[in-house]
Design a protein around this ligand. Structure first.
Ligand code: SAH
Length: 221
């Protein structure tokens, strides 16, 4: 069966509902046209359990199983816009594939997306989905994201969608010249979303938002 009618959605999952989400994000200060277009065209309802699909275009995080969550659309948009200030739109590395929603958004913004998930069942489920909806420019791994992908580095941008207690040193080293990393750093209750940009031999740090992500854990799940 073709994925098309499913992807287009009806009622609470229709294009009109997605357009309303985009309007809401604009009113909250998201103004990058490429990011808004990506949110308009990626059907978020496909990245969650069918029972929750009617809530897919609410601006809220939702459970995806294995104690993990699909990130809130505002945060996905904010993080995507934050890394687009990086010089190039070639290679991006995502840590925490989860549902694959952020991954699919990145695939519209960068030439090549590398994404790492530590929980094997989530990795397999999401790899299937992304293949089914034909996201072509992806490379997915089931591994510990703390290590990054040294043999593919340097990256134009790195996006971490789980919260480490401190900035992961090995990932910092994989940011390319004029590239950046966005990462929610903090404890399990609340974190600061940081953007770290490589400028020559300096790393410049900015605080973007207060956020609440699931923890970034060591090793494979
Ligand atoms: N961007 C995802 C967010 C999912 S929640 C989405 O919107 O669906 C964060 C994800 O990070 C979880 O799937 C969790 O298993 C994963 N994760 C946590 N620590 C990790 C690590 N060290 N390496 C890779 N993935 C990790």
């Amino acid at each position: 069966m073709s994925i098309e009618p499913l992807a287009r959605g009806i009622g609470m999952t229709s294009q009109r509902t997605r357009d309303r989400l985009v309007e809401r994000l604009k009113s909250q200060g998201i103004n990058n046209p490429a990011v808004l277009e990506a949110i308009r065209t990626v059907p978020r309802h496909l990245f969650m359990d069918e029972a929750l699909a009617s809530r897919a275009y609410e601006d809220t995080a939702l459970p995806i199983g294995n104690n993990q969550t699909i990130s809130q659309p505002y945060i996905v948009a904010r993080m995507s816009a934050a890394i687009l200030t990086a010089e190039g739109r070639g290679k991006v590395l995502e840590i925490g594939t989860g549902s694959g929603y952020q991954t699919a958004i990145l695939a519209k913004l960068f030439k090549k997306v590398y994404s790492i998930e530590r929980i094997r069942s989530l990795y397999e489920q999401t790899a299937n989905l992304l293949q089914k909806i034909q996201v072509p420019n992806l490379s997915l791994r089931c591994a510990d994201g703390y290590l990054g992908l040294p043999h593919v580095a340097p990256f134009d941008a790195i996006i971490i969608t789980a919260a480490p207690p401190e900035i992961p040193e090995q990932l910092l080293q994989q940011i390319g010249p004029n590239g950046c990393m966005v990462v929610p750093v903090g404890d399990s209750r609340s974190q600061q979303l940081l953007r770290i940009t490589r400028q020559g031999d300096r790393l410049v740090e900015e605080v973007l938002n207060q956020v609440s992500f699931v923890p970034m854990l060591k090793g494979r799940g």
